[in-house]
Design a protein around this ligand. Sequence first.
Ligand SMILES: Cc1cc2nc3c(=O)[nH]c(=O)nc-3n(C[C@H](O)[C@H](O)[C@H](O)COP(=O)(O)OP(=O)(O)OC[C@H]3O[C@@H](n4cnc5c(N)ncnc54)[C@H](O)[C@@H]3O)c2cc1C
Length: 407
Amino acid sequence: MRKYDVVIIGGGPAGMGAAIECSKCGVSTLIIERDNRLGGILNQCIHNGFGLHYFKEELTGPEYANKFVELLKETNVDVMLNTFVTKIEGKKITIISPHGCEVLEPKAIVLAMGCREKTAGNVKLKGTRPVGIMTAGQVQKLVNFHGKLPGKKVVILGSGDIGLIMARRLTYAGAKVEMVLEIMSSSSGLPRNIRQCLEDFDIPIYYNTTITEVIGKDRVEGVKYAQVDNKMNSIEETEKYIDCDLVVLSVGLTPENDIVSNLPINPKTNGFLVNEFRECSDGIFACGNVLQVHDLVDNVTAESLLAGKNAGLYAKNLLQKTNEHKIENGTGVRYTVPNSFFENDDNVEIYFRVTNKIKNAEIVIFGDGKEIAKKSVIALNPGEMSSIVLSKKGINSDIIVCARERL
Ligand SMILES: Cc1cc2nc3c(=O)[nH]c(=O)nc-3n(C[C@H](O)[C@H](O)[C@H](O)COP(=O)(O)OP(=O)(O)OC[C@H]3O[C@@H](n4cnc5c(N)ncnc54)[C@H](O)[C@@H]3O)c2cc1C
């Protein structure tokens, strides 16, 4: 097989964005995708709301993906479909394609494998395991791809964006969504999805509430549910029962990073730790949902353009690295991306999520014990990724990013 300077794993929006930007550096680039088409998860997201920032228009998922497929055709990027990467050790990539098993060793790699949904086992869902317990993405694929309705009376566990979107989609398709149960005191989904997917359809959401038992032998017959206390233990006297034939799980996503060994992982996100070039270790870059679970595909694209460009520069030995300093998360901040920056006069945009909702908020960056940057915002919400642009001029120490109520 031909030798490539840069190999990108995953042909979703992150992989395609990275490939387009990488090829602009004049390096030979290959995308490897296990599916039989490019586009990743976007292919099953037929609702609109994609691309408002990047293309300044409201697109469906497949339309957004297709714009990148068209842009790719104008480059010399090669694509291998139906090809599974089974292992990455150092820069050795093992692939299985219809032609057999091979090992590639490019100068640089971009990891863009996306994420997968957490399952009933991951959240230790109590009760039986009959037919009718599905993740929101599985339901989305069945309804949108195959035109099949997997249930008529639905309870959704978790209020992540996919679950909220599926509450609306299942209602359109003729099912009755009885309720959404959320164990936390607020939703992890975007506020716009709470309004447009639940409130507009009178679908109730119960916070601090979870399923205590799934009932049913062959098929789901109903669920017991109850409120939880501040230690997440269910409160027995609040337990109720509701009939349903489908339980939809929208209980979180986790980066699809099992094929890679020995790269440092951020335990808060399960994604890789990266420097400002989105580099996890020498010549290995990451972007998109494999790095951090994004709520907006436009942010995936911004991140992938950066990772792709830097992978291209690395392959040409043009990536300049000066003194490196850490970016730590301080009070109110759950995690940041990136986790370090290089000393120079440029700007760095730091993306982060907060630990809890903050009204009248300010984001403050400390360096060497002093306040070095501040930004005021109306509110910060754990369900929405936020960012702050920092001018690095004169900064020569590690920094800490904090979020708090305005003083
Ligand atoms: C249900 C849902 C609704 C959403 N709604 C919106 C919305 O309204 N607006 C918005 O802006 N964003 C939305 N998003 C977010 C956005 O779609 C995602 O953030 C984005 O698609 C992630 O892109 P990605 O390329 O990182 O991952 P993916 O799209 O998941 O692509 C990863 C690709 O890597 C491939 N892959 C993985 N492992 C391997 C391997 N070992 N070998 C080869 N290939 C591999 C996969 O097959 C896949 O094609 C939504 C997401 C979901 C799931």
